[in-house]
Design a protein around this ligand. Structure first.
Ligand code: DGL
Length: 265
């Protein structure tokens, strides 16, 4: 047993999609979350900057005495997960491998689409991981740089969001995909819209939610589960931008009231 919290990081509010799934699957666990909304989006930034910012978030989480770190951001996972995993002596989980595995399982036709930030798509890491496991699969990738800013500004239900999602996904219309990986943790917040544009025959893979299975396996393997007798969970949320705006998005996504603190890294 280990009653310490699990640390989550993201460039902003996207990692909340992983937290929601964690709370659903592992309700006895406690979360410390840090989102760097002041510097989001990370996707268009140079790799070195993404690396530096991600390390700052990791160091912050370590001050909170976490037992495990979840890099709940595909962009940061693509650039720096391996390095962080090597350097820390607690388990560090990324979101890309679980998403790649789930997409292979879901696809019948072997034509998988991946959408993500410019850096995630440029890194080509999903194609690499998918084709390593299943070389016959065709991967069609598309960067959607306008999606994460829409989510950060809480415009997911706006007519602008509809327009942006329709326009951005247009290049996939003729791609004959049967599976689409939401390769950015912000995208499940636009999931209903993305599903409408892609059509009901396309299975959407939520890479963040998929990684909760890995979290569960590692907690069991290393015997790090929080005890059911430890009392109800008190999650902590931190943002580098406005606490109020983070709270609005988080409470409506998590469907519970939470406390949010501003933090300067
Ligand atoms: N949520 C992030 C991801 O999964 C990054 C979005 C961004 O900051 O560009 O890639």
């Amino acid at each position: 047993m280990d009653n310490r919290p699990i640390g989550f990081l993201d460039s902003g509010v996207g990692g909340l999609t992983v937290v929601r799934e964690l709370i659903r699957q592992l309700p006895q666990e406690e979360v410390v979350y840090v989102g760097d909304s002041a510097r989001a989006p990370y996707g268009p930034r140079p790799a070195e900057q993404i690396r530096e910012f991600t390390w700052q978030l990791v160091r912050f989480l370590l001050t909170k005495n976490v037992k495990m770190i979840v890099i709940a951001c595909n962009t940061a996972t693509a650039i720096v997960w391996e390095e962080i995993k090597e350097k820390l002596d607690i388990p560090v989980i990324g979101v890309i491998l679980p998403g790649a595995g789930a997409a292979i399982k879901a696809s019948q036709t072997g034509r998988i689409g991946v959408i993500g930030t410019p850096m995630t798509i440029q890194s080509d890491i999903y194609r690499e991981k998918i084709q390593f496991l299943a070389p016959q699969i065709e991967v069609i990738s598309l960067a959607c740089p306008r999606f994460a800013p829409l989510v950060e500004s809480n415009e997911i239900n706006s007519s602008l969001a509809k327009k942006v999602v329709y326009e951005s996904l247009a290049p996939l219309a003729e791609a004959e995909l049967d599976t689409l990986v939401l390769g950015c943790t912000h995208y499940p917040l636009l999931g209903a819209l993305i599903q409408r544009v892609m059509g009901s025959n396309v299975s959407l893979i939520d890479s963040g939610a998929e990684c909760v299975r890995d979290i569960s396996v590692l907690l069991n393997y290393f015997q790090l589960n929080r005890s059911w007798s430890a009392g109800s969970s008190r999650h902590q949320f931190y943002t580098t931008a406005s606490a109020k705006s983070f709270q609005d998005i988080a409470e409506s996504w998590l469907k519970q009231t939470i406390d949010v603190e501003h933090v300067d890294l």
